[in-house]
Write a protein that binds this ligand. Sequence first.
Ligand SMILES: NC(=O)CCC(=O)C(=O)O
Length: 260
Amino acid sequence: MKVALVQMDVQIGEPEVNYRKVERFLDEAMAQSPDVIIFPEMWNTGYALEQGDALADADGQRTRALFSSYAKAHNVMIVGGSVLYKDSGSGDITNTMLVFDRNGDEVLRYDKVHLFRLMDEDQYLKAGNSFGLFDYEGTGIGTMICYDLRFPLLFRKLVSLGAKVIINTAQWPTARVDHWRTLVISRAIENQSYMIAVNRCGTSRETAFPGNSLVIDPWGEVLLEGDGTEQVYVIDIDLAKVDEIRKRIPVFDDQRFDLY
Ligand SMILES: NC(=O)CCC(=O)C(=O)O
């Protein structure tokens, strides 16, 4: 599976700028013929949560139109990072990931389930109540958004439902980049799964973001580590490696569900 990670800066409160940039990055990624293109968290507005009512994508229409038509026209899967999304019926605002298959069909909507208080998500957003999991040509791919990384039971659940690759899309600040790196690598090892973690770079309202996107194999090897600049990283991953590692050390068979 050839994956393109779009590590981009985000202009806070400027959806026009960000949608134009994402269109450019789709073409830049597509030039390397990936199977899947992945974006970071909340790329349409950044953390302009207090302007969510005005700026959030109403019913995801703009994001859906862009990604669905691009996926179909270019025969590529798109994991749309996440966008600030407004349900115009209820007025609820969510941090929402939309995933499209090669036909342009939407195969997943995932609303971030753990809201991050340090960035005021709990004050403005409604948490989701379901898992992020979709199928890529017979392989389960689990998805999550940024802070979800700190919840190991969510990973276990996704793996128990068939995930062999887990994608995390993020706006994880530089201040805690050591946690980011350590947790992404640990989650790959403990869940014997590929971890593909796409973080934004740049600075918004004095918060710096390191980029430092990562691809880790199910043995914990760092296959790709981004720098702090805007880049499209493309990498081919061997999905068969997951079964090999799970056979070598069968932690899921050895787990004592009777005890804990
Ligand atoms: N956008 C987020 O969820 C940030 C999570 C984060 O920074 C953390 O330390 O956790």
